[in-house]
Design a binder for this molecule. Structure first.
Ligand SMILES: NC(=O)c1ccc[n+]([C@@H]2O[C@H](COP(=O)([O-])OP(=O)(O)OC[C@H]3O[C@@H](n4cnc5c(N)ncnc54)[C@H](O)[C@@H]3O)[C@@H](O)[C@H]2O)c1
Length: 257
């Protein structure tokens, strides 16, 4: 059996073709896990999976039947499921008065419903087995307001709430549920949106007291902690991985001068 903090464990990761999900899949594989990646991006996902010896299953997390089939792929192949990382997501700018119904529902279906279906699909297997750890990707936008991101904000607040609810419902069965709340992380989701904005990098860096954006690998380490036995007494927690953003006024505070 491979060494590592996830040796012998089976982990399903949604949104594993890119960014935070990809970095987490790489770290999990390095830590000994058998990884199954589900993503809408089929060719990128298949390539990422092949490189690390993981399994890829084409998945649209907004469809419960896809998420069920993804989890079944893992249990059919490996006979167990130890870790579920409900991470797939999109970010669409959505000021409250300027959001189309289409953008609103698309955001909710992927960013919130996708986590719901992941909790159900993995929860059924884990509750029956009497063990397991689920990590959801929320955001700092799930803890505080964020101008221009109303649909995303609603979805991510929902993810934090769902995390707590699932933690309570699954705790009697030995299944832990937590979420991570990243600040701005340098991934395609962010960089593709902001590539056209002049001075974007400087602005995004300055939003964090630590003075820079985070890297997907830094988030992956927090996910590994929550997914592993190192977090055996941690459940229902929303862990900010945000360079100090949630600590309070700091970056950009006029009283700082
Ligand atoms: N990058 C950030 O600053 C940041 C901050 C806070 C939270 N997050 C969250 O982290 C998660 C990962 O984002 P990222 O920054 O790594 O973005 P990313 O765009 O690099 O990766 C997201 C992945 O999700 C996949 N995906 C999108 N819709 C899907 C669907 N319907 N079904 C299955 N897969 C789908 C994409 O194909 C992609 O591979 C998201 O939930 C995002 O909201 C990101």
């Amino acid at each position: 059996m491979a060494d590592g903090r996830l040796a012998g464990r089976v982990a399903v990761i949604t949104g594993g073709a890119s960014g935070i999900g990809k970095a987490t899949a790489e770290l999990f594989a390095k830590e000994g896990a058998k990884v199954v990646i589900g993503d809408l991006a089929t060719s990128a996902g298949a390539k990422v999976a092949e490189k690390m010896g993981a399994v890829f299953f084409p998945t649209d997390v907004s469809k419960s039947e896809d998420v069920d089939a993804l989890v079944k792929t893992a249990t059919d192949k490996y006979g167990r499921l130890d870790v579920m990382f409900n991470n797939a997501g999109i970010g669409i700018g959505s000021p409250l008065l300027g959001t189309t119904a289409e953008d609103y529902y698309r955001t909710i279906r992927i960013d919130l419903d996708g986590v719901y279906w992941g909790l159900q699909a993995a929860g059924k297997v884990m509750v029956a087995a009497g063990r397991g750890a689920i990590v959801n990707t929320a955001s700092v936008a799930g803890l505080i307001g964020s101008t221009g991101l109303s649909a995303y904000n609603a979805a991510k607040h929902g993810v934090v709430g769902l995390t707590r609810n699932a933690a309570l419902e699954f705790a009697p069965f030995g299944v832990r549920v937590n979420c991570i709340c990243p600040g701005v992380i340098e991934t395609p989701l962010v960089m593709d949106n902001f590539a056209v904005v002049e001075g974007a990098r400087k602005m995004l860096d300055a939003m964090h007291p630590l003075g820079r954006m985070g890297q997907p690998q830094e988030v992956a380490k927090a996910v590994l902690f929550l997914a592993s036995d190192d977090a055996s007494f941690v459940t229902g927690h929303a862990l900010a991985v945000d360079g100090g953003m949630m600590a309070g006024l700091g970056a950009g505070n006029a009283f700082n001068q």
